[in-house]
Design a protein around this ligand. Structure first.
Ligand code: SF4
Ligand code: SF4
Length: 182
């Protein structure tokens, strides 16, 4: 199998990183969200992705960090495989992007998540909340919006915390293929 680095590290949305940027409909966003404007419960069941406001969109991110892992693509089949190598900007202590506001400048191949990028679902893990909803599926029981706590992301084995290798420490990506992200 011939593997080539796929020059994409899809970025997570803002909810777990920065309240000042949005990956959704940037042109529609003109300022910080109102204080205490927490999304109503079960909003994701009633409101289509493309109609969600900034708070709703951001609240969907489960904070798993999987989208910050490097991927490789089989040149013959275009199948995408995950590695345990994480973007150099990923802070492995907080499990968040370490420079979110500057991410596009510092990591040009960090793809901003949007309805447009969702049209290529292989860029995102199968568990990604945005991908699930875009495909008409339910959020899993461990999703913080469903469980009521972010702790279930880690306890269910869906966080990359403690499982990733930093980009600067990793060798050939072909040596880092994993099967715990699909
Ligand atoms: S893969 Fe996880 S961290 Fe990344 S955008 Fe999707 S839900 Fe958020
Ligand atoms: S710059 Fe790296 S760590 Fe930050 S959101 Fe993008 S892929 Fe993730």
């Amino acid at each position: 199998m011939k593997l080539e680095e796929k020059a994409l590290t899809t970025n997570r949305c803002d909810c777990c990183i920065s309240p000042t940027r949005s990956s959704h409909r940037d042109s529609d966003l003109s300022g910080p969200p109102a204080e205490n404007a927490a999304p109503a419960s079960d909003f994701w069941k009633r409101i289509p992705l493309r109609d969600m406001d900034r708070h709703q969109w951001e609240a969907l991110c489960d904070g798993c960090g999987k989208c910050c892992l490097f991927k490789v693509e089989d040149a013959a089949t275009a199948q995408v495989f995950y590695t345990n190598v994480v973007c150099r900007l990923f802070d492995q202590d907080s499990c968040r992007c370490g420079a979110y506001d500057e991410r596009s400048e510092l990591v040009p191949n960090c793809v901003t998540l949007s309805m447009e990028t969702l049209s290529i679902p292989s860029w995102l893990p199968a568990t990604c909340a945005y991908r699930l909803l875009d495909e008409g599926r339910e959020l899993p029981s461990w999703h913080p919006l469903v469980s009521g706590t972010p702790d279930t992301v880690l306890s269910s084995g869906n966080s990359i915390c403690g499982r990733a290798v930093g980009e600067t420490e990793a060798d050939d990506l072909e040596h880092h293929l994993i099967d715990w992200v699909t």
